[in-house]
Write a protein that binds this ligand. Sequence first.
Ligand code: NDP
Ligand code: 8X3
Length: 250
Amino acid sequence: MKKIALITGATSGIGRATAHEFANHGIHLILCGRREERLETIKKALKKQTEVYTLNFDVKDKNETFKAIESLPDEFKNIDILINNAGNAHGLDSIQSGNTDDWDAMMDINVKGLLYVSKAVIPNMTNRKTGHIINIGSSAGKEVYPKGNVYCASKHAVLAITEGMRIDLNEYGIKVCAINPGLVETEFSQVRFKGDAIADNVYKGYKALQPQDIAEIIYFAITRPPHVNIADLLVFPTAQASSTIVKKEF
Ligand code: NDP
Ligand code: 8X3
């Protein structure tokens, strides 16, 4: 029987690369995101390789999230692998000048959205006493950097929730893992800087991680033998030593 994976944030960056990686290995896919057109394009490309179902919802919206996951057809209901990836930074501002809408977005999507999706998926895993949850944290969940305040808080929360899940789901044999990347070249900075040209500089002057690098690590994590759980993994581009130390060549 082929495994079934639900990936949030599958329309872009790390989530989309993970969808392609999983499809290459025949894993059946439930792809989630708000941009329906992109979901359809990705489905069209991947359905030559595997079974694909799409769910179009905003993880911020609790009811929408539960309704979407409840609506899955029987053949997609037994989710084996949950990739909690949807998320973004919104703004890069000092605490005294931060925008409260940005704060709401980061806490509502990165933290509460991850909780809603997990709450909708976990009962089926506990019933079947099997499952693998991978939460995409960040190096920003390991250390706070200037002006990162609320984004870093949201990713520290992801790590705390990951630990809590691992403890509470231990008796069900469910694996829980956090994968924490440093700088990955995706649409992340376009979103953070709201389309400002400053976003173009974030990945210049060094080789940033690519979404495919993280997708391969996720695939590695889900293919360990049953007795092995990669609990927490931090990955930087070679040029990066910490959130603020990046060796750039100009
Ligand atoms: P992208 O901006 O490329 O992708 C973000 C994904 O999240 C999109 O598919 C987007 O889909 C989805 N998403 C955002 N908001 C919502 C929402 N409200 N409801 C549903 N889906 C949503 O960024 P990345 O691929 O880089 O980011 C993926 C994860 O990796 C995030 O959690 C991010 O914090 C984390 N990360 C990123 C790093 C980086 O440097 N890029 C480093 C460390 C961690 P749509 O807009 O269609 O809804
Ligand atoms: C994304 C990496 O350094 O921009 O989580 O916070 S960083």
